[in-house]
Design a protein around this ligand. Structure first.
Ligand code: PCA
Length: 340
C-alpha cells in the first residue's frame, strides 16, 4: 500500500525521459505503463568500453540494484558513448534526459577547476594518496554538483597515468613536436609544457586516431593502453605515475527524489559497495594490464631521474596554475588533503 502511493510519480518521471530520448510511447501506452508496470527503468550512458573495469563494475552495480530492489529499479547500461557521447553525459543527466550516467570528473574542469584536482601531476600519484584526496574533496564536489541538482553517487580512480610513445622516452626532450593524444585539460597542458602537440581523443576513437596519424603518442593508464591494444600502434610505455583521475557516477536529483525511499537506500548502498569494489579492481588492474602489454611486446619502463625532474618541474607549474584558477576553495581543499 505504502509503495503504490508512490508508484505513479515515479513512472511518470521515467516515462517522461523515455519520451524525451526518443521513445515511441503513445499517450495510451504511457497510461498503461503508469497503471501496470512495476519497474522503474533507467538508461545509463557510460563513456568507456565493455571490457574496461569501470564498465564491468557499473554493470555489477546495476545488477546489485536490480537484485536489492526486486527488479523495481532496472538500470540498463549503455557503454562506449553509444547512447550519449562522453562530452554530453553530464548535461544530459542534469537536464533529465537520462536519470543517471558516468563520466570522468576532470571533464568538468572548464566549469570548475575543483573537479580536476585529481589530475594535478604528483599531487596524489598512488592509491593511498588518491584515496585521501578523494576523502578531502568528496564533500565540496558533492556540494557543487548538488547546486546543479545532481547527486554524486560514487567515484573510482583509473590506474596511474603514464606516457605511450613509438620510441623510448629518456629525458622528455624526445616529446617535442610529437602529436600527443589527451583526454582532459591536465593531460593537454602537460603535453603542451613538454613541447608536444595535444589533441583530445575519446577512448573509443583512439585506434582510429593512431591509424590515421592524427596522433602518435598518448597519456593514459595501463588499463586503457591494454583495452585499446596499444601494441598495434605503439612500442613504449613509461610508467610515470602522474596522477589517478577518477570517474564518477551522477544521478539527476529529481529522478532520485522520485524513487521510493527504500529504493533510494538500495541505490546508495549499492553505490558504496561499487566504490569499494571499483577501487580494488583499479589497484589490481595496474599490474595485470602492464603484464598484458609486456606480453604483447610493449617495452615498459620506469621514468629516468632526468625525466622525473622534467615532469616534476612541469608538475610544479601546473600546480601553481591550478591554485590560481581554483582560488580559495582550491587552497582549502589542498589544506584538507594535507591534513588527512
Ligand atoms: N583512461 C581514460 C581516462 C584515464 C585513463 O586511464 C582515457 O584515457 O581517456
Amino acid at each position: 500500500m505504502q509503495k503504490s502511493t508512490k508508484l505513479p510519480r515515479q513512472h511518470v518521471a521515467s516515462a517522461r525521459y523515455m519520451k524525451r530520448i526518443g521513445g515511441v510511447l503513445t499517450a495510451a501506452a504511457l497510461t498503461l505503463a503508469v497503471g501496470s508496470a512495476q519497474a522503474t527503468e533507467w538508461d545509463m550512458p557510460t563513456p568507456y568500453g565493455d571490457s574496461n573495469f569501470h564498465t564491468v563494475n557499473i554493470r555489477q552495480f546495476a545488477d546489485d540494484v536490480r537484485e536489492a530492489t526486486d527488479g523495481e529499479l532496472d538500470i540498463t547500461v549503455h557503454s562506449s558513448g553509444s547512447l550519449i557521447k562522453h562530452p554530453e553525459i553530464k548535461n544530459s543527466v542534469r537536464r533529465g534526459l537520462v536519470p543517471i550516467g558516468e563520466l570522468i570528473m576532470s571533464r568538468l574542469a572548464n566549469e570548475d577547476p575543483l573537479f580536476e584536482v585529481d589530475s594535478v601531476p604528483y599531487l596524489a600519484s598512488d592509491y593511498d594518496q588518491a584515496w585521501k584526496l578523494w576523502q578531502a574533496s568528496k564533500g565540496v564536489l558533492s556540494e557543487r554538483l548538488k547546486a546543479q541538482r545532481l547527486k554524486l553517487l560514487f567515484a573510482v580512480p583509473w590506474p596511474p597515468q603514464g606516457i605511450y610513445t613509438q620510441f623510448e622516452v629518456k629525458t622528455g626532450e624526445e616529446l617535442k613536436g610529437v602529436k600527443m593524444r589527451a583526454y582532459n585539460k591536465s593531460s593537454e597542458r602537460l603535453a603542451e609544457l613538454l613541447g608536444a602537440l595535444p589533441t583530445q581523443v575519446e577512448v573509443p576513437d583512439i585506434p582510429t586516431a593512431f591509424g590515421t596519424g592524427r596522433v602518435d603518442a598518448m597519456i593514459t593508464s595501463p588499463s586503457t593502453g591494454a583495452n585499446t591494444r596499444a601494441w598495434d600502434y605503439l612500442t613504449n610505455f613509461n610508467h610515470a605515475q602522474l596522477w589517478l583521475p577518477k570517474n564518477m557516477v551522477i544521478v539527476n536529483a529529481k529522478a532520485f527524489d522520485s524513487l521510493p525511499e527504500e529504493t533510494q537506500k538500495a541505490l546508495e548502498d549499492a553505490a558504496k559497495v561499487a566504490e569499494k569494489r571499483g577501487w580494488e579492481a583499479s589497484k589490481a588492474e595496474t599490474d595485470a594490464k602492464i603484464k598484458i602489454m609486456r606480453d604483447n611486446g610493449i617495452e615498459v619502463s620506469e621514468p629516468s631521474p632526468e625525466l622525473v625532474k622534467r615532469l616534476k618541474k612541469v608538475g610544479d607549474t601546473m600546480t601553481e596554475e591550478w591554485l590560481e584558477r581554483a582560488g580559495e576553495s582550491g587552497q582549502a581543499l589542498i589544506d584538507a588533503y594535507n591534513k588527512q
